[in-house]
Write a protein that binds this ligand. Structure first.
Ligand code: GLU
Length: 298
């Protein structure tokens, strides 16, 4: 029997949901309900500083109010840290990650030093300057000494090595991803993870990162179609690299257009977008929410 298609909505409980989240959740949920497909909810609560139980409760209440039902148990990333540790060990065994002790200040200073010498550091797709490689080639004894002194460290992917390994694993075929549009048409697009440089794969403050956790979970939850906003389009390049390296199945990707405020910027909590809870409190109905985000009333 064929396994059903599966998609998911994966909010980070760092604040209340707004209309942009409602769009993402409803796009995935409607797609699942328009066929014999499954829709799952995953709480991406790996950030110990920003995630909180109150926001998780708020998210579940909002989804319930919108009539969105998960077809499987809720997965909370904070309860599955061992899964991310196992994936990290795999990358370590392959020699593709290295400890990075550098602080933000040290990284910024190195970038300034290079600029003063006329070497400009390119930015990643989020606009952050690429990591300048400070800890890439630390001698093993220095790593051991700093680790045993209890210095906090992140793990970064050695992008050059990882790309070479991925190419070997794919028999030299270029890295790509399958993009799916609203009508279900599939287009294979090039993926270029090198634009993220030696990205952080395990953070200093939590035993994973968004990128690692998302690919591990999508595989463990049997997700066949990733539905999310187009702000995460560039992250897909890195996700495909990790999937190839870890031997995980390849999902298709549906990146929907973002809702934008009157100023053309994407809605966000930090820019003060009204939360779904606030909209509900002033009497807006779920049907009106659908209208506000441009979906048919049903
Ligand atoms: N947790 C991410 C966010 O809230 C979404 C992750 C994803 O859909 O891949 O932005």
């Amino acid at each position: 029997m064929d396994e059903p298609d599966v998609t998911r909505f994966a909010p980070s409980p760092n604040g209340p949901l707004h209309l942009g989240h409602a769009l993402s959740a409803l796009v995935g949920f409607q797609w699942a309900r328009s066929g014999k497909r499954r829709f799952l909810v995953r709480i991406e609560d790996i950030d110990p500083q920003r995630s909180c139980a109150e926001h998780v409760a708020g998210i579940l209440e909002d989804l319930d109010w919108l009539g969105i039902v998960s077809d499987g148990p809720l997965r909370r990333q904070s309860e599955h840290l061992d899964d991310y540790r196992a994936a990290t060990r795999q990358l370590e065994k392959m020699g593709l990650v290295y400890p990075c002790f550098a602080t933000r200040g040290e990284i910024a200073a190195e970038i300034r030093r290079r600029a003063a010498n006329g070497v400009l550091t390119p930015a990643d797709p989020d606009g952050t300057p690429l990591y300048p490689g400070i800890c890439r080639d630390l001698p093993q004894e220095v790593v051991e000494r700093r680790k045993s002194a209890g210095e906090p460290f992140a793990l970064r992917i050695d992008m050059a090595r990882a790309l070479a390994m991925a190419s070997r694993l794919a028999n030299g075929l270029p890295l790509t991803f399958l993009a799916e549009d609203d009508a279900g048409n599939l287009v294979r697009r090039a993926a270029d993870p090198s634009r993220w440089g030696d990205a952080v794969i395990v953070r200093k403050d939590t035993p994973t990162s968004y990128h690692l956790a998302v690919v591990v979970d999508d595989a463990l939850q049997g997700v066949t179609r990733v539905t999310r906003g187009e702000d995460l389009l560039a992250a897909t390049d890195l996700h495909r690299l990790l999937q190839v390296l870890l031997g995980l199945p390849e999902p298709r990707y549906h990146h929907h257009a973002l809702l934008r405020g009157p100023d053309g910027r994407k809605l966000s909590k930090s820019e003060g977008a009204e939360s779904l809870g606030q909209l509900r409190a002033r009497g807006v109905t779920p049907a009106e929410i659908r209208q506000l985000i441009g979906l048919p009333a049903r």
